[in-house]
Design a protein around this ligand. Sequence first.
Ligand code: SAH
Ligand code: SF4
Length: 432
Amino acid sequence: MNEHDSERIRGVLEENDWLPTDDPEAADLLIFNTCSVRESAVNRLLGRLGEARRLKNERPERLVALAGCFAQSRQADIFHDLPFLDIAFGPRNIGELPALIEGARSGSVPASSFTDNNMLSGGLPTRRGDDYRAWVQVMTGCTNCCSYCVVPGVRGPERSRPVSDIVEETRRLVDDGVVEVTLLGQNVNSFGLDLDTAGGKRQSFAALLEMLDSINGLRRIRFTTSHPRDLGPDLIEAIRDLPAVCEHLHLPVQSGSDHILGRMNRGYSREHYLELVGLINKEVPDISLTTDIIIGFPGEKEEDFFRTITLVGECRFDGAFTFVYSARAGTEAALFPGLIPEVTIKRRMHELVSLTQQIALAKNQALAGSEVEVLIEGPSRQGGSQWRGRTRQNKIVNFTTPGRGSAPATGSFTLVTIDSATSTTLKGHQSA
Ligand code: SAH
Ligand code: SF4
């Protein structure tokens, strides 16, 4: 979501005749697009701001701007804490950036905007990173109340983008050469619930997928994130039946213990999650399932952690993002007692990561000998005349070509036979 916001910041600026540079020394405007979901992101930002302060002192007419959810969470205090800043704005105020720049240039006080102007940023100009794939925002904000999470506070309540806008943007992207879109929302499964249903049209996420699937030339549709409480059978059927919808589901579980899920306010039980996983595996046998897990949530006892471990063993995830719980100011959980000692967190994390890697490795190795469709992303980072691409299941594949003819084109599709695997990547050769 943040990367896509950065594409919009860049799109808005380019539309106003600003040009990007990779050299901070040469920049007239430095923008940091920030995240505050976990403390580690904030710490990284604070490290980088030292450089921004130096550059500002060196050339005071240079503007320094802070965007995103960290800026939003601090609002006006940010100028007190970081006096070298000229501009600060929240994730809902990207469209106001040209006016903020004007304001900062002409006024003697810093310019900021954090108001919820009810605008959906989905329609703003975007400067994409790739020609062949794109993100499409289907909703903003989040109305859930997960007790650990800053997102609803900094991005505001959930709002769906009108279906016609999403379809139109996707059509334009496909006309422009895009073959894969990733639909973005904090909880795509509740898409459309806030939309006006006048005319009796279905506005569910599954219905949206069906409409996008019918766009000629769109080969792959991905989406993130699904919430286990709101995932219904219609979405599973959409993944099963719609040719462009990829066989990958990111379904954050956060914990395998009902006690912790309750304290997290996630709104589902371990049993419900396991049922969903059973259903999706039955309906879409080649599904790749990934998840997010938080370790060290306040009050997480050894038995709670054990429940997470056994759930991971049962679900056999293809991949898992594992996070150490990070207390965030203003969230409910920040006030919870029962902080977990660091040494316990480290041990639990180590155990969890070894298990998730072991399972991912076994699942990837089981693909050896199979042939997969790969969307080519360019030369492999591993060099050695290898290429890199992704399967429909979102697995990274490094592959060799027979060496004759021209190099495979980025953004095109090819078939690859898998020879071997690690827990995170597959290795293969282009099929004859
Ligand atoms: N809306 C998405 C995810 C948003 S944040 C969802 O609900 O799935 C991405 C992930 O960051 C979350 O799934 C969670 O695992 C993690 N996360 C969020 N807040 C956190 C916190 N305070 N500490 C540690 N991890 C956190
Ligand atoms: Fe945060 Fe929960 Fe909303 Fe995800 S669903 S953004 S974790 S509040």
